[in-house]
Ligand binder design. Structure first.
Ligand code: G3H
Ligand code: ZN
Length: 278
């Protein structure tokens, strides 16, 4: 089926009070694993490519998006393509030209007024093109190694930000942190509910790999909608590669250790998809 639009998947989840998973794609194997998991569970999914992943691919967004798009098109469940954590406006344009239906502009490190001004300019550019825009308010910690789980988004500021920028979804800081390898995060669920009541757009949880299953469920019930997951896949992938290379140091053909690594990512993604749809 043709690639789905992020707006359709998130709106459907938002309307029903459900969560929709958005998994980070770094390699082709990530995209294959996530779509296998979506097909196994019969659930829609978002494939997202971050600015950091694009940097890993020598700054070229087209090859990784073309691979993800081909896999999305062949899927028997709805799969949407999204560009994640973008600070470079040139990359936003390149991603939209390459076929994403949605982008996240990450101005969270900017002073509030600059974040508002820049995000508003981006929605003005994106909306006439039919592109759905996510932005972030209240920096979710953990990117580039610095954990700052204490950051919180203020509901009144969130409402003012959404009104001023006309964004379609808002990433909020509620206690999660990026790149956690232990699932020990505890979320401020009372704040999630206050944010849900304060803004009428879907809320996005970043750094979801560090959030335990039961807390992810509670977060969705409290009002989180798009659930961004990256590190959990990389943990599964790398542990599998490490095990296989350790068990057989003579291994050379990457297919011998990347096949089980891709299976491990698919199992992790399927588990999380089921958690979010429970
Ligand atoms: O935007 C991507 C997510 O926030 C991923 O975070 O790698 O901690 O799961 P994570
Ligand atoms: Zn994130």
């Amino acid at each position: 089926m043709p690639a789905a639009a992020t707006s359709a998947l998130v709106t459907a989840a938002h309307t029903c009070g459900n969560g929709v998973a958005a998994f980070n794609v770094i390699t082709l194997e990530h995209a294959e694993a996530v779509v296998t998991a979506a097909e196994t569970t019969g659930l829609p999914v978002i494939l997202q490519v971050s600015e950091n992943a694009v940097k890993f691919h020598a700054g070229r967004v087209e090859p990784v998006l073309a691979g993800a798009a081909a896999i999305a098109r062949d899927a028997v469940v709805p799969v949407a393509l999204h560009l994640d954590h973008v600070t470079d406006e040139e990359l936003l344009r390149a991603g939209v030209s390459a076929g994403v239906s949605s982008v996240m502009f990450d101005g969270s490190a900017l002073p509030y007024e600059d974040n508002v001004r820049t995000t508003a300019r981006i929605t003005e550019w994106a909306h006439p093109l039919g592109v759905w825009v996510e932005a972030e308010l209240g920096e979710v910690g953990g990117k580039d190694g610095a954990h700052a789980p204490g950051a919180r988004t203020d509901p009144a500021e969130a409402a003012a930000f959404v009104a001023a920028t006309r964004v379609d979804a808002l990433a909020v800081a509620v206690g999660s942190s990026h790149a956690m390898t232990e699932r020990t995060a505890r979320l401020d669920l009372e704040l999630v509910a206050r944010l849900r009541d304060a803004v009428d757009v879907p809320l996005v949880l970043h750094g979801s790999s560090g959030v335990p299953d039961d807390e992810l469920r509670r977060a969705v019930t409290a009002g989180m909608c798009k659930i961004n997951i990256g590190t959990a896949l990389n943990l599964a992938y790398t542990a599998s590669v490490r095990d296989h290379l350790t068990a057989d140091p003579a291994l050379v053909d990457p297919r011998r250790y990347l096949s089980p690594a891709r299976d491990a990512m698919a199992a992790t993604a399927a588990h999380l998809l089921r958690v979010l749809s429970a």
